[in-house]
Structure formats: structure tokens, C-alpha cells
Design a protein around this ligand. Structure first.
Ligand code: 6PG
Length: 509
């Protein structure tokens, strides 16, 4: 009995930045952890850090030197959390745990940014050997430590087991307002509020939702960068002045984590040169792949996530630094004067509204993409539930998410966020400024692909008759690809015999 009491609640594998912080968060919430990392120093450092912080108390985390030892330290059935790089490393660890003797009712939870289709494969592959469950995590290292947003999916039995754990460690919000609740002391868990962790659905769905979260994150970041770029180039504002504008915006409808951190980055100066940090950082954007996966999935499904895809392409274009430097001396732009001081305030307001309207469109695209994927995969997704768990803890957390939550409360089956009365009204109010900001950037030669693609999406979506009719005519002309008629039942196909002199129309079976 004494030995049973000493056993740990959770096995934790992978103690990099994210893993270490999730493990500490679990420990704060009273779970005893058996930790393992291929780099043994990591677990030793973690235990030392925890002991230093908490003084002479019973250790909350114990070090394991092998997978077998890890299993021997856990209560049965075992609950093991992985925080390791996505890809083959996940299977390597799963196979090692099978060799070490993991059982059919043990649970392994993958918390990395895995590709959703890999997750579906893994759930099948490991059936009967152990239960493969996943939980996508958002919030970066601070979120992991003090309250991330969690997107779990997979076996409902495993969910029943892990639900109290995730509810304990996740970010929390005031249910009515959606306001994030802060932990007052970092080793004291937060026991009140609505947890930002909800079961998404069958295997793959949680990682799909997280992937789209990241696609929206790409769009949100790119749009903030475009707002910065117009202010910097056309309004000749300094990074510090732009930071002040962002701080102001953060008090209104654009209130969000990404706006907040953008102002902090813009206010920072490089120690070595004394220059604004943003002028020292090389303008080549990196990416780990989740934005690209979102764009690829959107293309495959036929979901028009144009602003998300544009934001991925904007990163790709940024990496062509060498070519851009050469082109900047070769390709001419428009010859225009800077905005007059007296017009600046109005211009800033237009940029604000462009960012706000584009942001609404990016979220509309993301939710529409999830809706189409859910239909294809037969996932019963609760869209309001997703908006709720993104209200705090995750990278795209924003006051705005409460409005999306409200929209899905009004209509849980909403086809597109733009059709919600609140968002339709907001765009109607601010669209003139949105158009002005884009036309100003276009005339002055400042790229704003995310703003423009969002506006083009909005204008296409609200247009009854698109020129796709001409496109269908072109396709029929060169490839006999057929078309439907507006005045005949849907599904009936027609073709013009373009090479015949009279060009007769025929019905095609
Ligand atoms: C999060 C982040 C996280 C990670 C991104 C970065 O939600 O916590 O999205 O998952 O920081 O993967 O992605 P890129 O390196 O592609 O920008």
C-alpha cells in the first residue's frame, strides 16, 4: 500500500520548453509527475529548479532514466503525456513504450503540433496496444506554465480520464464576459472560471482545429504587420509611435495578445546598436508548417481561406531577401508624397478599421474551413465551444472571441461568421475606411496582401453574380467541360459544340 501511494499520477516525456512548463503546471495542480527526456540533464535541471523554487518540500517530479522505469513509477492504468516534436519522434516513443510493456488500457496523449492525418493513422495503428489520444496546445511557454488553451480529441474513454487534468491546468475565463482570469501566484492553481479546454471530437479533429488556429494566427500576425508597414512607410512614424497606436487599439475592439506583444516588440531597442529592435531583425519570416498545412487543406477541401493562404505566401515572399534587395534597385514603384501631418489621424483610423474588418474575415475563413472539414470527416463540432476555448490561453486570444462565442450562441449552425448580424453590422460600419486604407496602400506602393485578400473575399462572398459564368464558358470552349444553366434544374449539364458552325447547345448526361 505504501508503495502504491508513492506512485506517480502522470508520466511525462519530453521536457523541452513547452514540456517542462506543462509538467510544472500539472505539478502545481497536485499531480505527481514521473519525467523522462532523452537528454537526462533536462529532467535534472527541472527537478533542481522546482526544488529551489519550493524549498524543502516533498518532490513533485521524479526523474526516470528509461521508459521501463517510467512505467514502473506510474499508477495503473498509466497516463503518459508526450511533449515532443511532431512527426516520426511520436512513433519512436510509442514503439519504445510498447517494448517497455505499455498495456491496452494505458493512455498516451500527444500534445505536439502533429499533422491531423497522422493522428488519425496513429489512433488506428495503436489500437489494442494502448489508447492513443491527442491534445493540441496553444499558448507558448508562458501559456503552458500558467494556463494554455487545450484542444483534445480522440477516444471518449481517454477523454473522461484526462478531462479533470486538462480542466485543472488550462486557462480560465469569466463565463459571461470571456475575460481571462489571472493566476495570482504562480504555484497556486486557478480553481474558478470556465476552463479553456473542451473535447473537440474524434481522432484528428483537435489537431485540425489547432492547425486552423495557427492559420488564423498567421493571418492575424501578417495583418498587424501590414498595419505597421503602412504607418511606418506612408505616415513616416517611428516604431515607438506605432507601438503607442497599438497600445491605444488594444483598449478597443482590437484588444488581443498579438497586438499587445507587437507593441512590446516595437518599443524594444537593440542593446548593441541602440536602434529599434525591429530595424535589426532580418525581415525573413520563418515557419514550422502549420499555416502551410491549413492553406493546403483549404485548397484540397475547396474552402476559400484566401487571407490565411496569403499570409503563408507573405512569409515565403519575405524569405526572398536577396532577390528583393536587387529588385528594389530595379523595379520602380509609384512616385507619391507622404501623408500630410493634418491627415495622419484619419489615416490611422482607416488602418485600424482595415485591420478590424480583415480580422473578421480571417476568422470567418478559419471557421468556414473547419465547418467544411467537419462535414467531410463527419466530426460533430461545436463551433461555439471552439470560440470559447480560444478566449484565453492561446496565441490568438482576443476580446473579439467573445463576440464569436455570442454569434454561435445565436446560431450554433452559422454557415459563415459574416452572416451573423453583429459582424455584418460591424463591417457595414467600417468598410469605407477598410477600402480607403487599402487604396491608400496600393496607390503608395505598400504591399497589403492580407488586407486586400480579405476585402476581395468579402466582396466576392457578397456578390450574387460572379464572372465564374465566363470562366465556365471558357472551360467548355477549350475542354468540353460543360456548364449548368441558371434557368434549368441544378445538376443538368450543357455543352456548346463550339466547332460546329451553328454552335448548337446539347444536354450532356
Ligand atoms: C501556439 C503557437 C505554437 C507555435 C507555432 C509557431 O498556438 O502556441 O501557434 O503552436 O508557436 O507553431 O508557428 P510558426 O513557427 O510556423 O510561426
Amino acid at each position: 500500500m505504501a508503495e502504491q501511494e508513492a506512485l506517480c499520477d502522470i508520466g511525462f516525456i519530453g521536457l523541452g520548453v513547452m514540456g517542462k512548463n506543462i509538467a510544472l503546471n500539472l505539478a502545481d495542480n497536485g499531480y505527481k509527475i514521473a519525467g523522462f527526456d532523452l537528454d537526462h540533464h533536462r529532467i535534472d535541471d527541472l527537478i533542481e529548479e522546482d526544488a529551489l523554487e519550493r524549498g524543502e518540500q516533498e518532490p513533485r517530479i521524479i526523474a526516470c532514466q528509461s521508459y521501463t522505469q517510467l512505467l514502473s513509477k506510474l499508477k495503473a492504468p498509466h497516463l503518459i503525456i508526450l511533449s515532443i516534436p511532431a512527426g516520426s519522434a511520436v512513433d519512436d516513443v510509442c514503439l519504445k513504450l510498447i517494448d517497455a510493456g505499455i498495456k491496452a488500457d494505458d493512455i498516451i496523449v500527444d500534445t505536439g503540433n502533429s499533422l491531423w492525418t497522422d493522428t488519425i493513422e496513429r489512433e488506428k495503428r495503436y489500437q489494442g496496444k494502448f489508447i492513443f489520444f491527442t491534445t493540441a496546445v496553444s499558448g507558448g511557454e508562458v501559456g503552458a506554465r500558467f494556463g494554455p488553451s487545450l484542444m483534445p480529441s480522440g477516444d471518449p474513454y481517454a477523454w473522461a480520464r484526462i478531462e479533470p487534468v486538462w480542466h485543472a491546468i488550462s486557462a480560465k475565463v469569466e463565463p459571461e464576459t470571456g475575460r481571462a482570469l489571472e493566476r495570482t501566484h504562480h504555484t497556486q492553481p486557478l480553481t474558478v472560471g470556465e476552463p479553456c479546454a473542451t473535447y473537440i471530437g474524434p481522432a484528428g479533429s483537435g489537431h485540425y482545429v489547432k492547425m486552423v488556429h495557427n492559420g488564423i494566427e498567421y493571418a492575424d500576425m501578417q495583418m498587424i504587420c501590414e498595419a505597421y508597414h503602412i504607418m511606418r512607410e506612408s505616415l513616416a512614424m517611428t516604431p515607438v509611435e506605432i507601438a503607442a497606436v497599438f497600445r491605444q487599439w488594444n483598449k478597443g475592439v482590437l484588444n488581443s495578445y498579438l497586438i499587445e506583444i507587437s507593441s512590446e516588440v516595437l518599443e524594444h531597442f537593440d542593446d548593441e546598436t541602440g536602434k529599434p529592435l525591429v530595424d535589426i531583425i532580418l525581415d525573413k519570416a520563418g515557419q514550422k508548417g502549420t499555416g502551410l498545412w491549413t492553406a493546403v487543406s483549404a485548397l484540397q477541401i475547396g474552402a476559400p481561406a484566401t487571407t490565411i493562404a496569403q499570409s503563408v505566401f507573405a512569409r515565403s515572399l519575405s524569405t526572398l531577401k536577396h532577390a528583393r534587395v536587387r529588385a528594389s534597385n530595379f523595379l520602380v514603384g509609384p512616385n507619391v508624397e507622404q501623408v500630410k501631418e493634418s491627415e495622419k489621424a484619419q489615416c490611422i483610423e482607416q488602418i485600424h478599421d482595415a485591420l478590424y474588418c480583415s480580422k473578421i474575415v480571417a476568422y470567418a475563413q478559419g471557421f468556414q474551413l473547419i465547418k467544411l472539414a467537419a462535414r467531410e470527416q463527419k466530426w460533430p463540432i461545436d463551433f461555439g465551444g471552439i470560440a470559447k476555448i480560444w478566449r484565453a490561453g492561446c496565441i490568438i486570444r482576443a476580446a473579439f472571441l467573445q463576440k464569436i462565442t455570442d454569434a454561435y450562441d445565436r446560431d450554433s449552425d452559422l454557415g459563415n461568421l459574416l452572416l451573423d448580424e453583429y459582424f455584418a453590422g460591424e463591417i457595414a460600419k467600417y468598410q469605407n475606411n477598410w477600402r480607403q486604407a487599402i487604396s491608400h496602400a496600393t496607390i503608395t506602393g505598400i504591399p497589403c496582401g492580407a488586407f486586400s485578400s480579405a476585402l476581395a473575399y468579402y466582396d466576392s462572398y457578397r456578390t450574387e453574380n460572379l464572372p465564374a459564368s465566363l470562366l465556365q464558358g471558357q472551360r467548355d470552349y477549350f475542354g468540353a467541360h460543360t456548364f449548368e444553366r441558371v434557368d434549368k434544374p441544378l445538376g443538368k449539364k450543357y455543352h456548346i459544340k463550339w466547332t460546329d458552325q451553328d454552335r448548337p447547345m446539347v444536354e450532356v448526361d
